[in-house]
Design a protein around this ligand. Structure first.
Ligand SMILES: Nc1ncnc2c1ncn2[C@@H]1O[C@H](COP(=O)(O)OP(=O)(O)OP(=O)(O)O)[C@@H](O)[C@H]1O
Ligand SMILES: Cc1ncc(C[n+]2csc(CCOP(=O)(O)O)c2C)c(N)n1
Ligand SMILES: [Mg+2]
Ligand SMILES: [Mg+2]
Ligand SMILES: [Mg+2]
Length: 330
């Protein structure tokens, strides 16, 4: 734990900001930044709690910093926005050393640098249990260009940006073995998906640019849960086709059988984007994503309500329950 709160904050104060819109960054009662003409502002917060979202056994301090910021950038991506600023609230227990905290900030800082983001404030308190880190991200999107969960219409194509389930499979391995030097493939790859998720900002931007009527959501609680959120918000049915759901090779290798489907549907923390696009925009969307080197998988269709998700396997159609990570049920 740091010796002095104020000295510690000074150590983490950047010398300069990337964005000229910062009027007052770290150092006063609150940050002040200039709004930008032609854009709407986006704001989100997600919190990570030691023993709930990470353990020292599953994530290094650097990974924890990376992920605490990544999960929030992912929410900006799910609105088709560009991340700009962030503020960090941290509750530090005695079990965390200064070096570990520095690593946590290094993890956040490295990801922030990839997006030219500026940390413009935060809050520091002590904790008598685990470490808690809460990151608030501010982003922007061209006026009227944001994408919502509630825009799905019957006839739309349901898509996902990449296969899901790898993060959950990586977590299962980490909970059994702990992180360390000798992590063999395919677990090396799977654990990386868990520890260092890549927010899909560029993909969100292409989707909004090509299919401005699309619906969009990021996958934090699992493919099934987030598909159900789109169905509920839009008042439509999503029919997913089992044969079109992508399954990563590493996942099949890790499972050695058919047991990987639970990870794919219910695992969570993928931070891929799931959404729906009008059929008339679909081929251009596929083409634009391909040109930029981003995969996109058509996994089903939107149909008239009731608001639920089904899985069509051959001629058999079953409801895909809104099962996945739920803080008050796990
Ligand atoms: N404690 C709270 N008070 C007010 N609003 C909340 C609270 N918790 C969540 N919300 C709001 O509820 C909505 C859904 O939040 P939720 O956290 O489920 O979304 P998410 O961040 O996409 O998912 P996840 O937290 O799994 O990443 C958002 O508009 C969020 O701002
Ligand atoms: C040690 C450990 N145990 C379990 C999990 C799994 N987990 C925790 S929160 C969450 C959903 C997303 O969270 P939120 O809804 O808060 O965004 C999942 C899948 C983990 N990551 N680490
Ligand atoms: Mg949230
Ligand atoms: Mg989200
Ligand atoms: Mg979130």
């Amino acid at each position: 734990m740091p010796k002095d709160e104020f000295e510690w904050i000074r150590q983490h104060t950047p010398e300069r900001y990337n964005h000229s819109g910062v009027i007052e960054g770290i150092g006063d009662d609150a940050a002040v930044y200039a709004a930008e003409d032609g854009f709407d502002e986006i704001l989100c917060v997600d919190t990570m709690v030691e023993e709930v979202h990470f353990k020292k056994q599953t994530m290094s301090p650097y990974d924890t910093g990376h992920k605490a910021l990544a999960v929030n950038i992912s929410d900006i991506a799910a609105m088709a926005g560009i991340p700009v600023y962030y503020i960090v609230s941290i509750a530090v227990p005695p079990s965390w050393t200064d070096e570990e905290l520095q690593e946590l900030y290094n993890g956040m800082g490295a990801l922030a640098a990839e997006y030219d983001m500026d940390m413009i404030g935060g809050d520091t308190v002590s904790s008598q249990s685990g470490l808690v880190i809460s990151v608030t991200v501010h982003g922007r999107v061209e006026k009227g260009r944001h994408l919502l969960r509630r825009n799905a219409l019957p006839g739309d194509i349901v898509f996902v940006t990449n296969p899901t389930g790898r993060s959950a499979a990586g977590l299962d391995w980490l909970l059994q073995h702990g992180r360390g030097q000798n992590c063999p493939e395919p677990f090396q790859t799977l654990t990386a998906y868990h520890q260092r998720p890549r927010p899909r900002v560029e993909e969100g931007r292409i989707i909004a640019g090509t299919a401005p009527t699309a619906s969009l959501n990021d996958i934090s609680d699992g493919l099934a849960s987030e598909a159900n959120e789109i169905a509920e918000a839009s008042g439509v049915k999503l029919q997913l086709r089992q044969q079109d759901i992508p399954a990563a090779t590493e996942l099949k290798e890790a499972a050695g059988g058919d047991s990987y489907w639970d990870w794919i549907f219910y695992g969570g923390e993928d931070f891929e984007l799931i959404g729906t696009a009008r059929e008339k925009n679909w081929s251009l969307l596929q083409q634009n994503m391909k040109e930029e080197g981003f995969p996109l998988y058509a996994i089903g269709r939107v149909q008239e309500g009731p608001p639920l998700v089904t899985l069509l396997d051959g001629t058999e159609e079953q409801t895909l329950p809104k099962k996945g990570y739920n803080h008050f049920q796990s």
